[in-house]
Design a protein. Sequence first.
Length: 227
Amino acid sequence: MGKQDEAADALERTLAIVLQVRKRGTSPTARLRAERLLARVLDGYGDRASASRAHERALEIATSHRQMLGPMVRRAVGRALTYKDITAARAALQKGIKGKIETEDLVHGALCLMLLERELGEAPDGKVDRILLDAVDGDEWTSQLARWARGMLNDEQLRATASKYSERIEAEFYISMRAQGSGQAAATEGLKRVAATPLIDLVEVRIARDRLAPKLQTKIPAKYRLP
């Protein structure tokens, strides 16, 4: 059995488990997690439309529970950056603004939208500037990221302000993504370094891994009925 076949078998087993978990989930946390996991599996199959619907359901669940909304917005905008879906990125970030999520989540979401707008050559719709301007004052890491995005810090200055390992990984990700969006081939090496780190819970690490991962050539088995 080749690597593609092994990956396809593993993906199908995961799909079966996630669909069962989704049926049993009753609490908002369980339902949100099931939809989020389902979206990742469907993205693995390349079924972007079904994965997007799962993400939209997860966002709707999170909208009624503020403590879940911030992280979910970051994941949704991150996924939109991965698959270059600017409409989904803007819609998710708007939900975060309306839901008054934490500044940290807003800034990370705004950075992903900024990168996507640049990559696609889309004119900014104003969300990014509003969020970043509100966040530039302060000494915390979020403010450093906002200042970098606004051109108040250069790449090396941002790296110098990153005191934690997770912050250094985030800095490498955003610097590499912006460079890649400008057509700098060397930026891919930066993304590879991010993808190789063990901090798999970081949205930035997940984006790097997903963007660099080889595409799986397989279809969802017909016996599965998707929501």
